[in-house]
Design a protein around this ligand. Structure first.
Ligand code: MG
Ligand code: MG
Length: 259
């Protein structure tokens, strides 16, 4: 059963969405060659707790940390570690919060120092594919319309879409119905109701779309070990078009993190 959220629930989800947006910006300020992913995780956890929230990923089905930190060929669900970021790396940072009983969930792939033009293209196309998906998240449309929008955009650049993982509804639970695949057929899948809150999160590979699970049971790697990128935003489905709850504006300097 796919239920839209009430106005009160949407406001609580918005508070979470703003906090994850600001946390990602805080992390982004410190992404640089020489920094470990564990150091970035620690500062994110401190930032979240200082705002009275809980890092919702920590302890979720045994996940060890506040952030998923996925470097280069890791698509998602990487563990923060003593790995020292180096010039030319990319790091996908996925952040979740629990605040006032509701969830926040967004992700951003950061370049480390100078990256190649090819990798820059992967990041730009993946982020834009997320916005293409958001444009399709109109009340009355279906999940397949979002998937089609993401997939057709990405594949027009020769990149590929991971199919084993998908976006989701968001509320009191981190993963609610409906699933939001990043591939699909227009007019297929669950219908999107006005007031439905969803996370759209393209996971895009520079090479082939094959992936495998690491021995730790969490990290998802590209099979060909080429880079992958991941961007995620939380939106409310509306009749005239989706409304973004989380934003990259704090990361990209278009809004100040005031507190
Ligand atoms: Mg996420
Ligand atoms: Mg998510």
């Amino acid at each position: 059963m796919v239920k839209p959220k009430t106005a009160e629930e949407i406001e609580l989800l918005r508070e979470n969405a703003i906090l994850v947006s600001k946390t990602l910006a805080e992390v982004g300020k410190h992404v640089a060659p020489g920094v470990t992913t564990k150091e970035l995780d620690t500062l994110a956890e401190t930032f979240i707790r200082d705002h009275g929230a809980i890092p919702s990923f920590k302890g979720f089905e045994g996940f060890p940390s506040a952030l998923c930190m996925s470097v280069n060929d890791v698509v998602v669900h990487g563990f923060p570690s003593d790995y020292v970021l180096k010039d030319g790396d990319i790091v996908s940072v996925d952040c979740g919060t629990l605040y006032k009983g509701y969830q926040g969930d967004s992700a951003y792939t950061f370049p480390v120092g100078e990256i190649s033009a090819e990798t820059r293209k992967l990041l730009d196309v993946t982020k834009q594919s997320l916005y293409e998906g958001i444009k399709a998240a109109v009340a009355g449309a279906r999940t397949g319309d979002i998937g089609y929008a993401v997939q057709s955009y990405v594949e027009s650049f020769g990149f590929s879409v991971v199919r084993e993982l998908e976006g989701h509804g968001l509320g009191r639970e981190m993963h609610e119905a409906p699933g939001i695949p990043n591939f699909g057929r227009r007019g297929h899948g669950a219908k999107l109701a006005d007031g439905l809150v969803i996370c759209i999160e393209p996971m895009i590979c520079a090479g082939g779309r094959g992936v495998y699970l690491a021995n730790n049971g969490w990290a998802v790697h590209t099979a060909d070990h080429k880079n992958a990128a991941h961007y995620e935003l939380t939106v409310v489905v509306r009749k005239g078009g989706a409304e973004q709850l989380s934003t990259f504006e704090f990361i990209e300097g278009k809004q100040e993190v005031s507190n």
